[in-house]
Design a protein around this ligand. Structure first.
Ligand code: DAH
Length: 341
């Protein structure tokens, strides 16, 4: 029996193969059910106990040698399949395809970077909120339509737990926990019960801004937004403010930026007006300051809020909101890292 083992060991050492089929044939001959190794094991069972000690070691060594041989031959074959190029040291490296940031993250990062340059810090808050932070502290009267089931996704009623409908809830949390001067921007995801279309979605993103200190004026608000518009849309960008209404600001305004596609002459994107709406803003209503524990006689402030999807649409000419959520690589691939952010 020891001779058989020696013979098989020599055969294993000498074995070479040119194809996967030959390797497989060798494996079956040696390790298969009816193969050499099993035959040896059968014989081994019959051997008297005193001989088992001397034969066990060599059989194991043979088994290991066969397995090692198979592994080396397989590895050799695989590297040979890659062809002679693998030895060509002058061959240019293969390019790893870099992923692209999602356009919403890209623009969110740009907005954050612009306001950080003005000394703002970033604050975040929970997506599941209570009535106080989303509505009551922000001076929404009890009968305000935004509190309606039609607009808001409620998780529980009485006391109301809901998905935030705007990031203005974060400014409440910041004012409750920090003392002025406060200068924050609050990016985040918001939820509204809307039918999904090219122009509306039930999930979208906003960035809220809040600046509170002594003697903050409407002129400061206007100047900050003009700076933002020029940084975001280019040096030629201009803004105009239209009077508006929000429960949490007084006075309130809506901000338009000059259309960057036609330079203000009028085109189908700006519907011939030369202007595009980009955000809401205003001076923080004293009721809001007081509700959040800030002395409205000493401090004033401004706030603004914008939709990231909308800014992205205007900046990159995206015409359909649904594209942001479909994860179609043909769309996402157009925003490669070269755009920055
Ligand atoms: N929260 C408003 C919205 O969702 C946006 C907004 C408007 C925020 C005016 C503000 C503001 O802070 O002053 O439509």
């Amino acid at each position: 029996m020891i001779d058989k083992i020696r013979q098989l060991t020599e055969q294993t050492q000498a074995f070479t193969a040119k194809s996967a089929a030959e390797i497989e044939e060798f494996r079956i001959r040696m390790l298969g059910k009816k193969g050499e190794l099993n035959a040896l094991m059968e014989q081994f069972k019959q051997v008297p106990p005193e001989q088992k000690k001397t034969l066990g070691g060599p059989i194991n060594a043979l088994k290991n040698a066969i397995q090692e041989k198979l592994a080396t031959l397989k590895a050799g074959l695989e590297s040979a399949e890659q062809g002679p190029q693998s030895d060509d040291l002058s061959r240019p490296g293969s390019n790893d395809r870099l992923g692209a940031r999602h356009p919403i993250s890209l623009v969110k990062n740009q907005i954050e970077a612009i306001f950080k340059r003005l000394g703002y810090t970033v604050a975040e808050g929970p997506e599941i909120e209570d009535d106080w932070h989303v509505f009551s502290a922000l001076n929404f009267p009890p009968e305000h339509p935004a509190r309606d089931m039609q607009d808001t996704f409620f998780i529980e009623k009485n006391p109301d737990i809901l998905l935030r409908t705007h990031t203005s809830s974060i400014q409440v949390r910041v004012m409750e926990s920090q003392k002025p001067p406060i200068r924050v921007i609050c990016p985040g995801r918001v939820f509204r019960n809307e039918a999904i279309s090219a122009r509306a979605h039930c999930i979208f993103h906003q960035v809220e801004g809040l600046y509170i200190d002594e003697n903050v004026s409407f002129a400061d608000l206007k100047q900050s937004i003009l700076y933002f518009a020029k940084e975001m849309f280019g040096e030629k960008a201009d803004i105009r403010l239209r009077p508006s209404y929000f429960p949490f600001t007084e006075p309130s305004a809506e901000v338009d930026v000059s259309c960057n596609l036609c330079g203000g002459k009028g085109c189908n994107v700006c519907k011939g007006t030369g202007w595009l709406e980009i955000m809401g803003c205003g001076m923080v209503d004293p009721n809001v300051l007081e509700a959040c524990g800030i002395d409205s006689k000493k401090y004033t402030g401004f706030a603004f809020g914008m939709g990231i999807e909308r800014i992205t649409m205007l900046k990159y000419g995206v015409r359909d909101l649904r594209l942001y959520f479909e994860n179609d690589l043909r769309f996402l691939g157009q925003f490669d890292s070269a755009i920055g952010g």
